[in-house]
Design a protein around this ligand. Sequence first.
Ligand code: GTB
Length: 220
Amino acid sequence: MTLQANPTVTVFERSPDEGRGLARDMRVRWALEEVGQPYDVRPVSFAAMKEPAHRALHPFGQIPTFVDGDLSLFETGAIVLHIASHHEGLLPLDADAHARAINWMFAALGTIEPTIVDREVVLYLERSESWFEQRLRTVEDRIRGRLNDLSRRLGDADWLDGAFSAGDLMTVDVLRRLDGSGLLEEYPSLYAYVARAEARPAFNRAFDAQRAFFNAAGAM
Ligand code: GTB
């Protein structure tokens, strides 16, 4: 009998989010926890991320990457979809519901997340510009537009389309990046949606694992 090695996920050696679980390895850890797949993590420094050895795994020199046997992936959408496709629990068996869950994954990554990343770019890179305040307002209004539409679609349902799926996992992980902005609080149903997802045992295992890793890295 040959022992199958666990998949390995690369993570920040020391995450700038200080253990808040806002970097994108969190969604991969969470997906792995939801399906009960054990995994290993491999820390990578900012410098090592840009070295050829890491770029062989990730052409853009970023984390996370996912290596499982001979397979190596580097985009979180593809990684979570791969995990969800190879285990039960994150994608419905019904073909149409399955496609709709993937639809929500793409919506999270392609329609919601870019507006939230824009805000981070403004805050971290454009603060000294004369037009900073005006640009921040514009970008935040664009986020509000997305949150408004999303909350209207969610209505009073627990999840976006029936049972919790990879579509919810990705949407919630994207929304979590608004932590500290006050924007999510303007939409109580979305705030409750994120809280509901964060109460899942798998989320908590993933969150605790990344926080323990951050604390251990800090102690070194
Ligand atoms: N599209 C890719 C994917 O989804 O996998 C994006 C990957 C990505 O942006 N990775 C970031 C990275 O490696 C980490 S997650 N950045 C380093 C670099 O580009 O040199 C983004 C992130 C970083 C930090 C926080 N934080 O501190 O709160 C939150 C999110």
